[in-house]
Design a protein around this ligand. Structure first.
Ligand code: MCN
Length: 802
């Protein structure tokens, strides 16, 4: 079935209420911490108080002797058992042909700690309180070493003020890789001839993901059959199992079952294989006990992989009419202390390839230096590279407009790509889109025409008002596997779906995607119900269990409906093909004459028809059945490896009002027009955009992870110091949609889960700058806290002091 036929099916485009919400809203969800196993013991980790230190000695005797303690383990125990370090899933090759530096990433520190919160020892006791008390008794002698936390300081790790701050022997200059894409010579030549060049230095502030449910693990070992079961709050249980068994513990994969039950949000931070998961699995066998660990919020701040943290210099060359000729970017990316699972892909493949944006920039060159620092590992966080690319490009584009005396929208319109497919100079080929339509609808919804009057009204109140634009494009559902493999991916990027039709015609679908807030149990059921012409209530979706789902790559990069859903569509094709054969037999017709629509099989040109349920029953009660030609049963599995990414795009417009006396910035209006192709469930998609925009505005206005530059202590280690946005920080969002269906998947969908977080930060900061420009403010780094805005006003215009 083609994408356009699919989009016309019943249920597609219907805002059905979420099936899963009954259990969530009535407290019947089953999160990892809700799972209680027999004789369950509890784990607590002893963590490094230093950002960088040599471990001189660890004394565990007192802890071992404490009440209820079952075991205390250190790096020495892990090494003795030959447990490997955590792997990185993406190999980046430096411009000089050398592979990136991949230092060991032990699950318990070996000889050195490299960030505050690094894992030093594991204490297991009968109760959590006993484990906490015993952990206090583990004595560690440290020799503190100098620490680096900023990329600007990382290179100085061997010399100067921070000599001795080389984290890993394998990377004495703290440099992990230098990577580049694009034609540098051609870009330089274009700059030499340009009529205008705009330059910009900018920081993309480091963020700490904060899912409602902190990470949690329960590991269990069954001696009888030498099997493990791991419950874990995780976004991709099969990948977790593969990495843990094949790379770290050396266990046979089939002996480990990983279950990610209900998961209370992830936003990327639960994609990765973490030390805690492996430590517990390893210790479960050693102690022959079920062990649970649930992170407290302070641990989440310290040890969940952080996001963003780029420092960039960008330059755009333009002709007299404001047409983009070339873009040149250099970025320093902070990787933190160790390479987390997908860390190396974020500032490279997922970032630089998006820097053409929705524009016809014929030449782009991007160079990225990636650095180790004494901070928590940095990895994918909602958007993963694409928010960083969009922030850089959209800030630069607005600045180009202001420097050339053009309106922000005008410059964008002059440069939009308008014909497809479009090959960018940075590898990606966009299949389809309509960027001018997104801009036009956004301008209309945002009432841009009324902005001047609103600005005058703000001025009359002594307030500043600004409008900011951001036209983003992003790439979802990273693919195909063979090309990603050639670019360094160490995993496949397909998805798997199994459709099990039961004898009564109801259906259970097993998907390799994982839902942790995205509503898959509803939208995937809509897809299946639409295709089979059955009730949505007759379809159940199972995910998150390696023991039930054949295989899966999990959920990240807004891939689930476009890759996971497409795998299910492929399985449904197989179901339909087989069911037609059964129907043909029952109606004594040829397979080729059978049509299937609205849940009924009919013989073309006759009034003969039978319902789907009758065919299902016949498949399992094959009395009148072509047993010589067809197997009984109606159960099909498919793997789908996409031929390209999907490319959602849109235009966001933000209006802010600023009180110059305090610097307080209020988002007064926010409009988002997105193109997600065919939409399965508009209500769920709007919820995704709301959440993403809230996260993006959070980054732009308040969220900021700060480490002390000298000591490497995390200064924003709790919600008292790390400001999270709340509902009353936002106006009602105005949302609109343009639909250009994806050309290469059977649903016509494009991902929607990250767009809001990608498109919104530059719209907000461009609005802040638009408001402050009359005061002489030319530059500004996120987050726009009142203090920083006030400072910017004072520095730009000392006479404005109040
Ligand atoms: N959808 C649709 N029509 C479309 C596109 C999507 O109806 N054209 C529906 C999908 O069927 C699905 C939802 O919208 O129910 C999101 O789909 P998709 O864009 O495919 O994204 P994923 O399901 O793969 O979710 C991943 C994405 C990412 S990468 C992050 S990070 C993120 C996000 O989703 N983390 C979230 N949204 C989140 N929402 C919640 N509540 N919690 C998180 O941790």
């Amino acid at each position: 079935m083609g994408a356009s036929d699919f989009s016309r099916l019943p249920h597609i485009g219907e805002s059905l209420l979420r099936k899963e919400d009954y259990r969530f809203l009535t407290g019947a969800g089953q999160y990892t911490d809700d799972v209680v196993l027999a004789a369950q013991s509890h784990a607590v980790f002893v963590r490094s108080p230093h950002a960088h230190a040599r471990i001189e000695r660890i004394r565990t005797d007192a802890a071992r002797a404490a009440p209820g303690v079952l075991g205390v383990f250190t790096g020495a125990d892990v090494a003795a058992d030959k447990v490997n370090g955590l792997p990185c899933g993406w190999l980046i090759t430096s411009t000089n042909g050398a592979p990136m530096k991949e230092p060991p990433h032990p699950i318990l520190a070996q000889g050195k700690v490299r960030y505050v919160g690094d894992h030093v020892a594991l204490v297991v006791a009968q109760t959590q309180q006993q484990a906490r008390d015993a952990a206090e008794l583990v004595e560690v002698d440290y020799e503190a070493l100098p620490a680096v936390v900023h990329v600007a300081d990382a290179a100085a790790g061997t010399t100067g003020a921070v000599a001795g701050a080389a984290l890993h022997d394998i990377a004495p200059d703290n440099h992990c890789f230098k990577w580049a894409i694009g034609d540098r010579t051609a870009v330089d030549a274009a700059f030499a001839d340009a009529a205008h060049v705009t330059r910009l230095d900018l920081l993309n502030n480091r963020l700490i993901p904060n899912a409602i449910e902190p990470r949690a693990v329960i590991a269990s070992y069954q001696r009888a059959n030498d099997e493990y079961t791991l419950y874990v709050s995780n976004q991709n249980p099969h990948v977790e199992r593969l990495l843990m068994t094949a790379f770290v513990l050396g266990l046979p994969e089939h002996k480990v079952r990983v279950i990610a039950p209900d998961v209370g949000g992830g936003f990327g931070s639960k994609i990765f294989l973490y030390a805690e998961d492996v430590c517990l699995t390893w210790a479960a066998k050693k102690l022959q006990r079920n062990i649970k660990w649930v992170a407290d919020r302070s641990e989440s701040f310290l040890c969940d992989a952080h996001g963003r943290d780029h420092s960039s210099h960008a330059e755009m060359a333009l002709d007299e009419e404001g047409r983009f000729l070339a873009l040149r970017v250099h970025t320093d990316a902070n990787l933190g202390a160790y390479l987390s699972t997908f860390a190396s892909a974020v500032p490279t493949i997922l970032y630089a390839t998006l820097l053409a944006g929705p524009y016809r920039t014929p030449l782009v060159h991007v160079e990225v230096d990636a650095w180790f620092t004494n901070t928590a590992p940095v990895d994918a966080y909602r958007g993963a590279g694409r928010p960083e690319a969009t922030y850089l490009l959209e800030r630069l584009v607005s600045r180009c407009a202001w420097e050339m005396g053009l309106e922000q929208d005008e410059l964008r319109k002059r440069n939009f790509i308008t014909s497809f497919p479009y090959q960018t100079p940075v590898a990606l080929q966009y299949d389809i889109g309509d960027y001018p339509a997104c801009m036009a609808q956004a301008q209309q919804l945002a009432d841009v025409a009324g902005f001047a009057a609103r600005r005058a009204a703000s001025t009359a109140k002594g307030l500043l008002r600004g409008i900011g634009y951001s036209s983003y494009i992003e790439a979802c559902g990273i693919a195909p596997s063979n090309i990603a493999g050639a670019l360094g991916a160490r995993a496949g990027l397909f998805e798997c779906g199994e459709v099990r039709v039961h004898p009564t015609g109801s259906v259970t679908v097993f998907t390799g995607s994982h839902s942790h807030g995205q509503g898959h149990e509803t939208t995937f059921a809509q897809v299946v119900a639409a295709r089979l012409g059955i009730a949505v209530e007759s379809v159940d979706i199972v995910h998150g269990d390696t023991g039930r789902v054949p295989f899966g790559m999990g959920t990240y990069g807004s891939r689930s409906i476009s890759v996971g859903g497409a795998a299910i569509m492929k399985a449904l094709d197989k179901i339909e093909t087989k069911a037609k054969k059964i129907a043909a037999h029952l109606m004594e017709a040829s397979d080729a004459d059978i049509d299937f629509a609205n849940g009924e099989f009919s013989v073309r040109g006759t009034d003969k028809k039978i319902p789907f349920a009758q065919v299902a029953l016949t498949a399992y009660v094959p009395h009148n059945y072509p047993l010589d030609k067809l197997e009984p049963g109606l159960n099909e599995t498919a793997f789908y490896d996409p031929t390209n990414f999907t490319f959602p795009a849109g235009t966001y417009i933000c209006e802010v009002e600023i009180d110059p006396a305090t610097g307080a910035t209020r988002v007064d209006r926010f409009t988002a027009v997105d193109d997600f192709g065919t939409i399965i469930n508009p209500m769920i998609v709007e919820g995704q955009v709301h959440g993403g925009v809230a996260q993006g505005i959070g980054q732009a206005l308040m969220e900021n992870c700060v480490y002390d530059r000298e000591t490497g202590q995390l200064l924003t280690g709790s919600f008292m110091d790390y400001a999270m946005p709340r509902a009353d920080d936002f106006p009602d969002f105005k949302l609109g949609h343009v639909c250009t269906p994806c050309t290469h998947n059977s649903l016509g969908t494009k991902g929607c889960g990250e767009a809001g977080a990608i498109g919104s930060p530059p719209a907000v900061i461009n609005a802040v700058l638009d408001a402050l420009r009359p005061l002489g403010v030319r530059d500004f780094d996120m987050p726009a806290t009142p203090h920083r805005v006030w400072q910017a006003i004072q520095q730009a215009n000392p006479s404005a002091k109040t």
